[in-house]
Design a protein around this ligand. Structure first.
Ligand code: AMP
Length: 145
């Protein structure tokens, strides 16, 4: 299974936020879309950074509520690990596990083409396991007749 298989199911839409938006704006965006991370992008296509609920929690713990009025760029991760649609899901799981992050933006020719979360990966794994189980059950049933 490849990343393109994941995107076929969920589409390529990505919620982005510009660098100069405030952390307060980010909170509203994450809540509105029921998501845990957002790609930071000034033009909606390039990946300028990524920011997740963990960055907000860390910044609040260190610097207090004043951080809510600061730009997102002060808490984002600028060195973003991205992948291409042709990447194999197993490789991406390894990257997420090693890097300890749960979101990877998908990029084609330098432009955002989707985002994959650990939740998307778990969902597609469950579907794969279900299909395998059904195939095995059918195989066993065919053999017992
Ligand atoms: P997450 O597990 O996705 O909530 O992110 C945990 C930490 O990793 C946060 O500091 C994020 O900014 C950072 N992060 C999330 N996704 C990526 C990524 N694809 N590349 C680099 N850092 C990331």
């Amino acid at each position: 299974m490849r990343i393109s298989d994941v995107l076929r199911g969920k589409g390529g839409a990505v919620v982005t936020i510009p660098r100069d938006a405030t952390v307060r704006d980010l909170l509203a965006l994450l809540a509105e879309h029921h998501i845990g991370a957002c790609v930071v992008s000034d033009d909606g296509e390039s990946v300028d950074g990524i920011v997740s609920e963990r960055d907000i929690v860390r910044a609040l713990a260190r610097r207090g509520a004043a951080v809510l009025s600061e730009p997102v760029s002060t808490i984002m991760t600028a060195d973003v690990r991205t992948c291409e649609p042709a990447a194999v899901i197993d490789e991406l799981v390894a990257v997420m596990t090693e890097g300890r992050f749960r979101h990877v933006p998908v990029v084609v020719d330098g432009k955002l083409a989707g985002i994959v979360s650990i939740g998307d990966v778990v969902k597609i794994r469950m579907l794969e396991l279900d299909a395998e189980r059904e195939a095995l059950a059918a195989y066993i049933a065919a053999g017992s007749t």
